[in-house]
Design a protein around this ligand. Structure first.
Ligand SMILES: [Cu+2]
Length: 112
């Protein structure tokens, strides 16, 4: 008898999850992601380079594929060798990605 009550409560909880507005929202966001802008190079200017930490501070323009407005921020570089390709004050074009919540630069090219 007691087991039956527990099972009943479990089924109720599952139903509540299925009709939960947060769940519906999650599904909608996923659909929106499918229409997201394809990743592309972003314009920026190097403000600071920390080779030991593998970090670079970039004043960047809008990053459309990450829905991020222009700002100055610190990125982690995927490969520290990328930092040898540029210098403080340089105008660059770079590829930014979100790797497990960490804003990461995967490519740096000099701006033309
Ligand atoms: Cu930013």
């Amino acid at each position: 008898m007691k087991l039956r009550v527990i099972l009943g409560a479990g089924a109720l909880a599952f139903t509540a999850f299925a009709i939960n507005p947060a769940f519906a929202q999650m599904t909608m966001d996923h659909a929106k992601m499918g229409m997201a802008v394809a990743p592309g190079m972003t314009d920026g200017e190097v403000r600071k380079i920390d080779k030991d930490a593998g970090k670079i501070t970039i004043k960047h323009g809008e990053i459309k594929h990450m829905e991020m407005p222009g700002m100055t921020m610190v990125f982690v570089v995927k490969d520290k060798a990328l930092l040898d390709k540029t210098s403080v004050g340089a105008k660059i074009r770079f590829m930014a990605t979100n790797e497990n919540g960490q804003m990461t630069v995967t490519d740096i090219q000099p701006a033309k």
